[in-house]
Ligand binder design. Structure first.
Ligand code: ZN
Length: 332
């Protein structure tokens, strides 16, 4: 049974971005941010000149269990062009940290000395402290104080009291805020706030009522911002989570009825996905919670081996030969 009310998302599932160097990427997200590498796999798509299909890594960083709404993924390869963050993209990915002055001080100090990190002045948005920073590639990231039902990855280098607690949300900078707002409302988001930026723009905050983490999307409107271009240091797409295939299919029909053109369902091995572009060209994915990251690995050994989907397993030797050697962080 699927009523139209169930055809909504439950906050973020994952955010997927581009990076240049696989080892730098692993070191930054595991050793600096203290996330867990929960899956090392490859691109499942058809290869092209830039995207090398299964000879290009796809890394997933998350909490200890790979909980949807904590998962930042990267496609790292030296052949990818440098991107520019700007209009028409998701322009920041934010993680929640505990609302505590000592935690804010810890992260400011940590990011000031972390290899590859560039930290910007701490700000406030919707009454919360925001620590903006970037990685080696210029990927825009934020730590925002708040509440979350996510436990931090406890076996990494960051003590539990300071650890990241899943996504806070994402910032999207559309050409036409109203068009993206309509998509968010269709997905089940509610408008909960509006405030001016220090420049000439404004923020509008949307919240997903069905989630206790990864529930915010801030639409950023800044008339003087330049256009974004895809490449390293930028986000490729934002994926929202949905409970199961049945609800996804109901949402797919709801999207079609509203004039969008979602793809048919694709099996991504760890989730089932549909994709569409919103009227501003923002790439949106709707991904199911099941089967999840534990379906081909135990929780204890998540991320420690290269995992391939069944249809690529017979090409393993050739694929491994093409991939750069990487070293993983030592477990405590
Ligand atoms: Zn995705």
């Amino acid at each position: 049974m699927s009523s139209s009310d169930s055809a909504v998302v439950d906050g973020l599932h994952h955010v997927t971005a581009y990076a240049h160097d696989p080892q730098q990427n692993i070191d930054f997200y595991t050793k600096v941010l203290g996330l867990r590498l929960v899956k090392q796999t490859v691109l499942f798509n058809n290869p092209s000149e830039v995207f090398r299909g299964p000879t290009m890594y796809h890394f997933y960083y998350a909490d200890g269990a790979g909980t949807p709404g904590t998962v930042l993924t990267f496609k790292p390869h030296p052949s990818i062009q440098k991107g520019q963050v700007g209009r028409g993209q998701a322009t920041a990915t934010a993680f929640t940290i505990p609302d505590d002055d000592d935690v804010v001080a810890y992260w400011k100090d940590r990011l000031d000395v972390a290899p590859g990190a560039t930290r910007y002045p701490t700000t406030e948005r919707f009454g919360r402290t925001v620590i903006p920073f970037r990685d080696h590639d210029g990927q825009p990231l934020e730590l925002i104080t708040g509440e979350s039902d996510v436990e931090p990855w406890s076996d990494g280098p960051v003590p539990d009291a300071f650890g990241l607690r899943g996504f806070h949300g994402v910032t999207i900078h559309p050409h036409n805020a109203q068009a993206t707002a309509s998509v968010l409302e269709l997905l089940g988001y509610e408008r909960v706030g509006h405030e001016p930026t220090p420049q000439d723009g404004d923020w509008t905050r949307y919240q997903n009522p069905g989630s206790d983490h990864g529930q915010f999307v801030d639409l950023y409107n800044e008339p003087n911002m330049h256009e974004g271009s895809w490449g390293t240091g930028t986000v490729h797409h934002v994926a929202f989570r949905i409970a199961d295939d049945e609800r996804q299919e109901a949402l797919r029909h709801k999207l079609i009825d509203a004039g969008h053109s979602p793809t048919s369902m694709k099996d991504r091995n760890y989730f089932h996905s549909i994709y569409f572009r919103d009227p501003n060209g923002i790439n949106v994915e709707i991904a199911t919670d099941p089967p999840g990251f534990l379906h081909d690995e135990d929780e204890e050994t998540l991320g420690t081996e290269l995992k391939l989907p069944p249809f690529l397993e017979d090409r393993r030797a050739e694929i491994v030969d093409e991939l750069a050697d990487i070293s993983l962080p030592a477990s405590r």
